[in-house]
Design a protein around this ligand. Sequence first.
Ligand SMILES: *Cc1c(COP(=O)(O)O)cnc(C)c1O
Length: 397
Amino acid sequence: MIQDNNLIIGGIKLTQLVQRVGQTPFYAYDRQLITNRVTELRKQMPPELKIHYAMKANPMPAVVQHMAGIVDGLDLASAGEMKVALDTTMPKGQISMAGPGKRPQELMQAIAAGITINVESMHELETIAQLCEQSGIQAHVAIRINPAFELKTSGIKMGGGPKQFGIDEERLPEVLKRVNGLGLDFNGFHIYSGSQNLKAESIIEAQQNSIDLAISLSEYCPSPIQKLNIGGGYGIPYFPGESPLDTQQVGDALAKSMAKLKTSHPQTAVIIELGRYLIGEAGIYVCQVIEKKISRGQVFLVVNGGLHHHLAASGNFGQVIRKNYPVTIGNKMNALKNETVNIVGPLCTPLDILANKMELPEAEIGDLVVVFQSGAYGYSASPKDFLSQPMAIEVLV
Ligand SMILES: *Cc1c(COP(=O)(O)O)cnc(C)c1O
């Protein structure tokens, strides 16, 4: 939305939001956009499906609290994230912890908190059992499986083949026997195979495989599968030529797989866990032009933010070939795009780029550079200390 040549975020004109925040750079997340995203997704997914928020995408406490009011659960991966999750209104029974390297201290905190631990190794299982014995508190565990299949055409693969995540599918019968022997409260499986996927067919296949895998393992389970977390991986488009994921197609296929599961496992709740898809498009990063220079015919806008706040937009967070995130001049929304510019940050490294040869409205010192698709893997995934620059601010509007 645009008003007076300005981008509108959270119902506020960008220039006014800058005044309100009191500085640039900052991140702004639009709570209405987050809510709309969850509402739309629920319409497309089967009604009984539980939607969880994966906190690592954006752990800002106000965002997590907002999510807690609109999703069915929170998934986290450290004691630090657990603290934020436990400060929200989300019931403990709907919070789970994953991660390949959980320290005993973190495991004890999770046991004491009463959240579900997604166990990722036999050693972790034994440690949990010991901690339960010492503390007299029963742990709730799910087994994270490293499946034999993978999530095809995924930006980031986290299952299939040799991986540090989860326990190899082949070892599950042995592991489940041990869970029973240790007297832990077994509540199901966690199967997470990948991230940032835009192909409905690939996600459908992985979801079907996950459900089939759980069914085939159920005979080894010490008790009925209460929860089956089939992961997520729903991606968002970042670059020219990428189209949004067809979530309706995914939802229709999932309804069929869930109906099949229900015939043999009526008590099993199916869960998906999403980070990027729920928040990625609801956030912007805003910084300001502090220098404009020309070098051998090319225009450089030097801004007061960059890689140290937004590693992903600089292209250094897992991109193989650097591509530009969508960028605009937020206080010149109606102006013609008549200048080709490079937008670079203040750091003394050529890696500090926010836009490479992009067509944008002619910008001057003081203008506001906005990076879209910045709600997920933005500030918390960036090296804030690099070159001792000032911090950014995050606001939920
Ligand atoms: C990273 C991660 C997620 C979230 O991935 P998105 O691509 O942000 O949806 C969910 N679950 C697990 C186990 C993860 O590691």
